[in-house]
Ligand binder design. Structure first.
Ligand SMILES: [Zn+2]
Length: 438
């Protein structure tokens, strides 16, 4: 494979002023697992086939230069560029474009990550993007910088924090890892302080440039506060930040039905206005994720095939679902829906979606897709739902099942399947699962 992106720029300006134990140390030199975060990043770049790293260091960061030395010990070319005045997170990169190749990656110096940079760069190149940003859900979308993107990932808006109270957005957070075309940054030269999220990305979107959100669930977290550093240390010790990206152990998952399990089932939900979360579901989802489970929503949405809701209506419902969960400090790893319906012959239906598909529950297509997309360990996974189709799906897919007494409470009579466990609601189901041996 001919890899075209081989250069990583690391913006390492900040000092660890909020880190009492490491006060005065450049953030990039704060140790994680006994090794500076900067060294983790350089080693990741080399593992991903990169050949060069340029570190943009602040003026008090001579320590970084001392640490890198001639860089030979890292097995790739490492250069330290010292900025005399603070330039925002993008200014130093922009002013040094002549020393950077046509396409390169950009990371911040205070993040721990296990991201396949080569795969991300390949996607950037194949899509013909000008600017690609890694994007993922997190547990505080309400105070994060968000991207709005279509199904292919093309960004239509950058929503920087703070967000207006009356609006809601999907949980697609800019993780501040980029693949960029050198040419797309040139207009900012000579502007002084420049910010990637506040200045460059919105301006590129406004100009009609091709800005891509690269959706990924790979590990990337900043460690800018003592609490975050502690969490990253724990994740490293637990093997959640593999040195070779993609080498993380498959994760156990809890698949969760939507209507009647996460939210009230009005029998027919076609607009986001009608979405009401059931009590304590945010807490349940948060505790499952903290317990090491991925959480994935699986929902049949024949309203689309029947012509009662559009794809956009359903996407909008899911944005609101993510936003409401986010308020409770929770997020899901994926939302899969089946838009199909097998029975033809209704007024207003969309004929192209009226067929006997493989994804409509209790068929297992959505479980197969999620396992492939998210690297899930099906043998250690669960299904929670209120309908017999959810329980039948669990049997067919080899998942343990919990029937909740909300929504249909298993009284729909469609399938004879019996659940492994019964719980009052999602929180009760989460407690039950977390109390079981893995
Ligand atoms: Zn389907």
């Amino acid at each position: 494979v001919n890899q075209t992106v081989k250069h990583l720029a690391i913006v390492a300006g900040g000092l660890g002023t909020r880190m009492s134990a490491h006060s005065g140390l450049p953030k990039a030199l704060i140790p994680v697992g006994g090794k500076p975060v900067l060294q983790h990043q350089i080693e990741l770049a080399r593992t991903c086939g990169f050949e060069a790293v340029t570190i943009f260091a602040g003026h008090r960061c001579e320590d970084i230069r001392d640490f890198i030395g001639d860089g030979r010990q890292f097995g790739l070319q490492v250069t330290v560029s010292v900025e005399a005045v603070p330039m925002g997170n993008a200014g130093a990169v922009v002013e040094n474009l002549d020393r950077l190749p046509a396409t390169f990656a950009v990371a911040y110096g205070d993040v721990m990550m296990s991201v396949d940079l080569a795969a991300m760069a390949r996607r950037h190149t194949e899509a013909g993007a000008d600017f690609t940003a890694l994007a993922h859900p997190n547990d505080h979308p309400y105070d994060s910088d968000l991207l709005e993107a279509d199904a292919e990932g093309w960004v239509s808006a950058v929503r920087t924090y703070p967000h207006p109270a009356e609006r809601y957005f999907g949980n697609l957070v800019n993780a501040a890892l980029y693949i960029v075309e050198n040419s797309s940054l040139r207009p900012w030269r000579g502007r002084g302080k420049v910010d990637f999220t506040k200045d460059i990305m919105p301006s590129l979107v406004a100009k009609g440039a091709r800005v891509l959100a690269y959706r990924s669930t790979e590990y990337i977290k900043d460690m800018g506060t003592p609490e975050r550093l502690q969490r990253v240390e724990r994740d490293l010790a637990a093997g959640r930040i593999p040195a070779v990206p993609g080498n993380a152990a498959p994760a156990p998952a809890v698949f969760v039905d939507r209507d009647g399990t996460l939210n009230q089932d009005p029998g027919f939900l076609a607009k986001a206005d009608g979405l009401r979360l059931l009590p304590n579901v945010g807490e349940a989802v948060r505790s499952l994720r903290q317990g090491g489970y991925r959480v994935v929503v699986l929902t049949n949405q024949p309203v689309i095939a029947r012509g009662e809701a559009s794809f956009e209506d359903v996407e909008q419902i899911h944005r609101k679902l993510e936003w409401e969960l986010g308020k409770a400090g929770a997020f899901v790893d994926g939302i899969y829906y089946c838009p199909h319906h097998p029975d033809r012959g209704f007024a207003g239906e969309r004929a192209e979606l009226k067929f006997d598909c493989d994804c409509r529950k209790p068929r297992t297509g959505m479980v197969e897709a999620a396992c492939a997309d998210l690297g899930l360990d099906r043998g250690k996974s669960w299904m929670i739902g209120d309908q017999t189709a959810d329980i039948e799906l669990a049997h067919r897919a080899g998942l343990r099942s919990v029937l909740v007494q909300t929504g249909a409470a298993g009284q729909d009579g469609k399938y004879p399947a019996s659940a492994d466990y019964i719980a009052a609601d999602l929180r009760d189901a989460a407690d039950l699962i977390l109390g079981m041996p893995a």
